[in-house]
Design a protein around this ligand. Structure first.
Ligand code: DBV
Length: 248
């Protein structure tokens, strides 16, 4: 059992029990990919698996799970709502590298500057955020241009102990997911053309940003080559552009 497998299992089982999930197609060649990290005696096999689901309100629920031994574990888990809901994204980037753990969990807003949007989707979770921040303090610098994509409840932390990941981070992940599912259950379809167009623009901006700045690009390219990696990023991890182009 690897560090983030329980997170993935919990998320899928919980979403499955609360929402009516269907599979989301994973393009050929991306369900499972093996590679090798490091050189000589320090070579480690690395397995990357992909997981995809959808529901009536959620366009894509997807995970990339990288398992490469004690010093390389990643679970990147993102939920992209359908474009006719104003729901935030659920985003978790759980990363273990030789230097330690790097944890990002958030409900990433469509409209970070909008007060009523914040009141609807951030304020209700601030008490939970403050409670976790006691044990999971702010992790320091992160890219300034990314700030517009995060909410005030952004949990960003760099725990040094693996035990903290297994306990506190896991608890935060579960609670954020439950709060997100509550938002999903309450969300009502949007019909106003102006609002729909703003949502589509915000979703595109987020997906384009994530695809362009994917912090895993270097690691994935070293493991699996650039052709595979670019196709993985644009054809599965952040595929909104392609889907919109198909829809015409
Ligand atoms: N990050 C992804 C995907 C990953 C992934 C799809 C498949 O978006 C992994 C895997 N994140 C990953 C790895 C690293 C990070 C780091 C491997 C380490 C990179 C390295 O050190 O080599 C939040 N993730 C990070 C960092 C941030 C985030 C801020 C540090 C980056 C840095 O130091 O430059 N997650 C990241 C982010 C958003 C998010 C910016 C949203 C806008 O959700």
């Amino acid at each position: 059992m690897t560090l983030y497998q329980p997170f993935l299992d919990y998320a899928i089982a919980t979403l499955q029990s609360k929402l009516d999930l269907e599979p989301y197609p994973i393009p050929d060649g991306f369900e499972r990919k093996e590679g090798v990290m490091g050189k000589g005696k320090r070579q480690e096999p690395v397995l990357t698996t992909s997981h995809g689901y959808k529901s009536s309100k959620l366009r894509q629920i997807r995970a990339a799970h990288v398992q490469g031994g004690n010093s390389l574990q990643v679970l990147n888990f993102v939920i992209f709502p359908q474009l006719n809901y104003d729901l935030p994204f659920f985003g978790a980037d759980l990363v273990t590298l030789p230097g330690g753990h790097l944890i990002a969990i958030d409900m990433q807003p469509l409209f970070s500057q909008n007060e009523s949007y914040q009141a609807k989707y951030s304020e209700p979770i601030m008490p939970m955020f403050h409670a976790y921040q006691q044990d999971l303090p702010w992790g320091g610098d992160f890219p300034e241009e990314a700030q517009q994509y995060f909410s005030p409840a952004f949990l960003w932390t760099r725990p040094s102990e693996t035990e903290v990941v297994k306990t506190k981070v896991f608890a935060a992940f579960r609670d954020y997911l439950h709060a997100y599912i509550n938002f999903v259950e309450q969300a009502v379809e949007i019909h106003d053309p102006q609002q729909l167009s703003a949502i589509q623009q915000a979703q595109k901006s987020y997906a384009d940003y994530r695809a362009e700045k994917d912090p895993a690009r270097g690691m994935l390219t070293r493991l699996y080559g650039s052709e595979w990696t670019e196709e993985y990023i644009h054809g599965f991890l952040f595929d909104l552009d392609r889907k919109l182009a198909l829809a015409g």
